[in-house]
Ligand binder design. Structure first.
Ligand SMILES: NC(=O)c1ccc[n+]([C@@H]2O[C@H](COP(=O)([O-])OP(=O)(O)OC[C@H]3O[C@@H](n4cnc5c(N)ncnc54)[C@H](O)[C@@H]3O)[C@@H](O)[C@H]2O)c1
Length: 253
């Protein structure tokens, strides 16, 4: 592993207590970054912190809810004046619920975490990146950013919306040397499935037909972290506003 790829950089990683966020925090730190990891779950975050200690990596961990502006401000303050990289990873699934059966609370929480959380964090780091002369933002979107069969209406809408945010930031801030890109994973072996019990049998049956077109077993979180690290590094200096699939070819089916 290239220990200087992110040498001297400061990276904020949300959702660092589990899955793709934890893998990303560890990867960026192994590649030289000082990582400020956040998660709403303090126990999960402390497990990540232990992994950092065991590997002698540079990390600081802040229990924070990305939907709460005060938490976001506290998180960014913990990073100090310099933020080179933001990895927006925190997110939740829905219950494969189609619109007719959707309740407001599912819609609101999925939109709040998957869209508003990304907006708040991204907005909060922009001024630091502008004063630094640049930065790289990588947001985890999804196969559900491209079509409807990977989730319910709330998750699919949230992951389509976040693509708009990623591209808007790329468009307006690209000339100021801030790059904004999205990674679109297919199935990844993480804890997210625990929050996505199917709610409507006929709708889940239909979604399973789409799942059946997946060409491989779920990816490992490290495979997604590798793409996030590359998008955040200088080798990707000409990549801005891109939607990069990492789905074993699922979206090509
Ligand atoms: N696992 C997959 O198959 C898959 C596929 C496509 C996209 N994704 C996306 O990848 C991202 C990471 O998910 P994962 O699969 O690693 O799931 P995960 O459940 O393993 O990890 C998500 C982490 O985000 C944290 N989190 C949730 N709400 C939060 C909040 N309000 N503030 C701060 N932290 C919060 C959780 O506590 C958890 O530790 C999500 O955005 C998800 O939509 C996952």
């Amino acid at each position: 592993m290239d220990t200087v790829r992110h040498g001297g950089k400061v990276a904020i990683v949300t959702g660092a207590g589990s899955g793709i966020g934890r893998a990303t925090a560890l990867r960026l730190a192994r590649e030289g970054a000082r990582v400020i990891g956040c998660d709403v779950n303090p126990e999960a975050l402390s497990e990540t912190s232990k992994l950092f200690d065991q590997a002698n990596l540079d990390g600081e961990f802040v229990t924070a809810d990305v939907t709460n502006q005060e938490d976001v401000d506290r998180l960014v303050a913990a990073a100090g004046p310099r933020v080179d990289i933001l990895a927006n990873v925190a997110g939740i699934m829905d219950h494969f619920t189609p619109l007719g059966d959707l309740d407001d609370s599912t819609w609101n929480s999925v939109m709040d975490i998957n869209v508003n959380g990304v907006m708040r964090l991204t907005r909060a780091v922009l001024s630091r990146m502008l004063s630094l002369g640049g930065g790289a933002i990588v947001t985890v979107a999804s196969e559900a950013s491209l079509g409807a069969g990977a989730a319910g209406v709330a998750y699919t809408t949230s992951k389509h919306a976040v693509v708009g945010l990623v591209r808007s930031v790329a468009f307006y801030y690209g000339p100021k040397n801030i790059r904004s890109n999205a990674v679109l994973p297919g199935g990844v072996a993480t804890n997210i499935g625990a929050t996505s019990t199917p709610s409507v049998p006929w709708a889940f049956e239909r979604a399973q037909a789409k799942m059946a077109t997946m060409s491989q077993t779920p990816a490992e979180p490290d495979q997604i972290a590798a793409v996030i690290s590359w998008l955040a590094c200088d080798e990707a200096s000409n990549v801005n506003g891109a939607l990069v699939t990492s789905d074993g070819g699922w979206s090509a089916a």
